[in-house]
Design a binder for this molecule. Structure first.
Ligand code: BMA
Length: 323
């Protein structure tokens, strides 16, 4: 596996990694990373990739593949560009899309970071086909990011997971809305720990929450600050199905971190940053697509059943609080 030993092997790196890098792009770019992912009705895997162009600003571009590994058909030009005339909160680009299919709307909801003078905020767009988009504009004002919509209403309201920066710190929150436009009932659902923990001080949602029989499974990132920079790693937490602000389990250790050369070295070293996954028809096999070192896109595969049983034996006593 690319010379990398994975002690836990909850996620196995694909031998073809990295799957996509700037050399694959049909137009000049600086880097491709942090992609939202879905399996389309026709069976294709679609990645909505964050592309950083050579001005330094980001846009989104779709890549489609029959097997989710190779043979990518990449849109010949940007799929979704910032539109600062109509949406001034996008003046410095759009980043890190997370895609949720919403059966009630028969559409995909794309939550992404819009970047402007006030800092990063959360914007929302709906689409049926990843060719035309209905933009809702900014739905969480700066400074906020790492957002994804839950695929169904909770108690009659839509629910969004996101990560505002507040004087309390960089924790994960949930907010609710009757119409996807007006948001309230904001609550912290998971706090960054403190001190020496791998997820001290700054955490955020990775790919969209996964509905399982035991609860909403969330893969989140923790950012460890070191003398030579940050290390982005992944951890797991489980939340109540009908009351997702209640954390049922949280893992103590990280489960996936930068180890392969393409994760350790790039525009930003030591980053694994998934924004999307696809799940096979067996309901268990999970394909996690992640940005590696802010320079390319890689794939790791695991089992939802194994992630849940790992949580059973590695959780801290239902502890969602900072310690
Ligand atoms: C985060 C986001 C991600 C990026 C990561 C590491 O704050 O900006 O898009 O991958 O930092 O640079």
């Amino acid at each position: 596996m690319n010379g990398v030993s994975d002690e836990l092997t909850l996620f196995t790196r694909h031998p073809a990694n990295p799957l996509l890098c700037k050399e694959n792009w049909p137009y000049p770019i600086s880097s491709v990373f942090n992609a939202g992912a879905v399996q389309l009705a026709d069976g294709d895997t679609l990645l909505l990739c964050r592309i950083e162009d050579r001005s330094g600003l980001s846009h989104l571009c779709a890549a489609r593949s029959a097997n989710g590994v190779d043979g990518w058909r990449i849109d010949p030009k940007p799929t979704l560009m910032a539109n600062p005339q109509q949406f001034p909160e996008e003046i410095w680009g759009i980043e890190d899309p997370r895609i949720t299919y919403v059966p009630e709307l028969e559409q995909y909801a794309v939550a992404y970071t819009s970047f402007a003078r006030g800092g990063p905020g959360v914007s929302l767009a709906l689409t049926k086909d990843f060719r035309s988009f209905e933009r809702y504009g900014v739905i969480m004002s700066p400074e906020d990011k790492d957002a994804a919509l839950l695929p169904r209403r909770i108690g009659g309201r839509w629910a969004l997971i996101h990560r505002p920066m507040t004087t309390l710190g960089a924790h994960m929150w949930i907010s609710y809305s009757p119409d996807l436009r007006h948001w309230g009932s904001h609550k912290i659902i998971l706090e960054a720990r403190r001190g020496g923990w791998w997820d001290a001080n700054k955490i955020g949602l990775c790919s969209p929450p996964i509905e399982t029989a035991k609860g909403w499974l969330m893969i989140y990132h923790g950012v460890r600050q070191t003398a030579s920079g940050s290390i982005y790693r992944l951890g797991l937490a489980l939340f109540d199905l009908e009351n997702p602000e209640v954390c049922l389990q949280r893992g103590n250790s990280w489960i996936f971190g930068p180890e392969a050369p393409y994760e350790r070295l790039g525009d930003v070293n030591d980053v694994v940053f998934p924004c999307g996954q696809t799940i096979d028809a067996d309901g268990d096999t999970i394909h996690l697509y992640y940005g590696a070192a802010d320079s390319n896109i890689a794939l790791a595969t695991g089992s939802i059943r194994r992630l849940l049983s790992w949580l059973d034996s590695n959780m801290s006593l239902s502890d969602r609080r900072a310690v």
